[in-house]
Design a protein around this ligand. Structure first.
Ligand code: C2E
Ligand code: CA
Ligand code: CA
Length: 623
């Protein structure tokens, strides 16, 4: 110690009223008592529990604070007695720390002590340093133990908080991950088509817009608009899941064709589009169309069945005037319809003339709306005859539309246009009411002929929930005998909404109305529906009759249909009989009824009356 330090120490001790030197402190009169008193106040004043032990950790003395804190007596704390108030779970590590301390010369351990005041286990931090003799051997330990529960609590709380924070962070991370995934999924869903995995309409429009953004330069792209031929029929015949399978497969083949050369998308339903870019896009588009038609030529497997699915393709080239993608899509669509009209599996390039034609179709629709009120519709009645006697047993009502400017519009245009315009119900009702009224006149005039009335119902009509009620109402108001009525439906009707159609047909049957299956043999699955639905009559499609004399197999088909019909107790009608030889062949095959130009064209009421007059007078004639 330096002299200066000595002086400072002396000054401090003096000020504190303590003996100036060690010797003085030890030997001043009353010094022992004073020192002891000081020690006691020190030991009892500090917020630590103090103890002494022998070299092996057996306690020899515990401070009054320990005794108060633990409720132990001095004796109880001696030896290993202090361990009695240490938590049993902490014994092992505390004793291990002691064992280590004896070698290390330093004890530092934490254990729980039972607090007498409330019986609670309280964490304590215990440190101790040894006293050694001159040889360095440990003779005693002096130790103190301190309540660190607040600190432990804090630690615990911190750990909890940390844990919570960690969990929160993990949750957050997971949530972010989930959101990102969802976002990616959404993004994907927003621009992709679920069924085919191709891009969708939204993506295509976006892509297309970009392509038309040329900063004033003429655009250099071509658009292919594809639509599957007869897809509805496939959907209707095999069901929607099968239709979906087909679409997915078509999508894959298209992708195989366009790979890298064109942007491809499914626009919806059975419509696809491809965009070809570049200065030779026109030629490239036509080459692509060829490749596509080639690729679709291979049959598809739908379930266990093989089907062919051609597509019609419309091509439109972007021109200087095309600034909006809608225009180009519309043009390509118009070209596609033209291709379709020219037969399945074709391709057409858009021309202005096509647009005029399309506009015309639209006008047709709007004219149709007025036609009913203007009385532009009329009915023709085509005789249905007994195959053996050629006598008229009934008529089929066929609609005619004479347009003021266009002239006659054939039903093949009129019916689809009416369906599209949502007017088919009105049209059907009109036909039905008119035909019933006419038939009532004839029933009265020619009671012996016992004429039956055949009326056509389109698929759209039967899909209308009101159909049955409409028929019932008309039958009731006209007082027409339902047993003299036959409704002609095509297969398409059964396929689209099998349950509803079944109910409607059952309803008709319950009224006494009979049901004929029209155009039999042209659909996909005629036979399945025969056993499922109430059918009374089969009408063999015209195409079979027209070929039956030139194609042996077709004739066999006709004969098979007749046998099948008879086996099922159905009447069989042959449609489109134009030649006598056909009639003879049908007669020979046992066909029940015949219909066709040979026996009578569709006639207006007055002309048919002339025929009926004659028949009523002379009876049926045999040719
Ligand atoms: P469909 O029910 O198969 O009617 C028979 C069609 O074949 C009629 O054509 C008829 O004129 C024609 N036809 C009859 N005999 C012969 C023949 O010997 N040779 C040839 N080449 N053709 C013959 P139309 O009147 O043009 O009707 C076409 C289709 O339009 C009908 O086919 C029917 O599906 C539909 N249709 C006609 N009128 C109505 C109607 O009032 N309502 C509904 N929903 N559809 C109708
Ligand atoms: Ca018919
Ligand atoms: Ca027919």
């Amino acid at each position: 110690m330096t002299e200066k330090q000595d002086e400072t120490l002396a000054a401090v001790t003096a000020k504190a009223g303590l003996p100036a030197s060690t010797d003085e402190r030890r030997f001043a009169p009353g010094a022992v008592e004073q020192t002891e008193h000081q020690h006691r106040t020190l030991v009892e004043g500090v917020p630590h529990l103090i103890w002494r032990s022998c070299d092996l950790g057996l306690w020899t003395w515990a401070s009054p604070q320990w005794l108060t804190y633990t409720g132990q007596s001095q004796d109880e704390s001696h030896g290993r007695g202090w361990l009695d108030v240490v938590h049993p779970q902490d014994h092992a590590h505390t004793l291990a720390a002691w064992a280590a301390a004896i070698g290390k010369g330093e004890l530092d351990v934490e254990f729980r002590v039972r607090r007498a005041a409330d019986g609670r286990w309280v964490w304590h931090h215990t440190t101790s340093l040894p006293l050694r003799d001159e040889t360095g051997r440990i003779i005693e330990w002096l130790g103190s133990t301190t309540d660190i529960q607040p600190y432990k609590d804090l630690q615990l709380r911190q750990a909890e908080l940390l844990d919570k924070a960690e969990r929160h962070a993990q949750e957050l991370e997971a949530e972010v991950g989930r959101r990102m995934q969802a976002e990616t999924r959404l993004q994907h869903a927003a621009y992709h088509d679920n069924l085919t995995g191709l891009h969708n309409r939204a993506w295509f429009m976006e892509r297309f817009r970009q392509s038309l953004r040329t900063n004033g330069a003429p655009p250099t792209c071509s658009l292919l608009f594809l639509d599957l031929d007869r897809f509805k029929l496939i959907n209707d015949s095999f069901g929607h899941p099968a239709g979906d399978t087909l679409l997915a497969e078509v999508g894959q083949r298209l992708q195989g064709c366009t790979q890298g050369e064109a942007a491809l998308a499914r626009l919806g339903g059975d419509e696809f589009a491809a965009l070809v870019e570049g200065f030779d896009s026109m030629d490239a588009a036509l080459r692509l169309a060829e490749r596509i038609n080639e690729a679709l030529r291979r049959p598809f497997m739908v379930g266990t069945r093989e089907v062919t699915a051609t597509c019609s393709i419309g091509v439109a080239h972007a021109m200087a005037g095309h600034s909006r993608y809608e225009e180009l899509i519309r043009d390509a669509g118009v070209a596609m319809y033209e291709a379709k009209a020219n037969g399945s599996g074709g391709c057409a390039v858009f021309t202005a003339a096509m647009r005029d034609k399309a506009a015309e179709a639209l006008m047709l629709e709007s004219d149709l709306r007025q036609a009913l009120s203007r009385g532009e519709f009329s009915l023709r009645y085509q005789p249905i005859c007994d195959a053996d006697t050629s006598g008229i047993i009934g008529v089929e009502a066929l609609i005619r539309w004479r347009h003021a400017e266009r002239g006659d519009v054939p039903p093949s245009q009129l019916i689809p246009a009416a369906e599209k315009a949502g007017l088919i119900r009105n049209l059907g009702q009109w036909v039905f009411r008119k035909a019933c009224a006419q038939m009532l006149v004839w029933h009265e005039r020619y009671p012996t002929l016992d004429l039956q009335l055949n009326v056509n119902a389109s698929a759209d009509e039967l899909r209308d929930g009101q159909y049955l009620a409409d028929i019932q109402e008309i039958l009731a108001t006209t007082r027409f005998d339902p047993r003299r009525l036959q409704v002609e439906v095509t297969e398409g009707v059964f396929l689209r909404q099998p349950e509803t159609t079944g109910e409607i047909l059952d309803g008709l049957r319950a009224l006494g109305v009979r049901i004929a299956l029209d155009d039999f043999g042209t659909g996909y699955s005629s036979l399945a529906y025969l056993s499922r639905y109430p059918v009374d009559t089969l009408k063999i499609d015209r195409t079979f009759v027209s070929d039956m004399l030139t194609q042996r197999r077709t004739r066999e088909v006709v004969e098979a249909i007749i046998r099948l019909g008879h086996a099922m107790d159905l009447l069989v009608v042959a449609e489109g009989v134009e030649e006598d030889a056909q009639l003879q062949a049908l007669r020979a095959s046992g066909c029940d009824l015949v219909q066709g130009f040979l026996l009578g064209r569709p006639l207006n009421a007055a002309d048919l009356e002339a025929v009926l007059d004659e028949q009523a007078r002379l009876g049926p004639f045999i040719t």
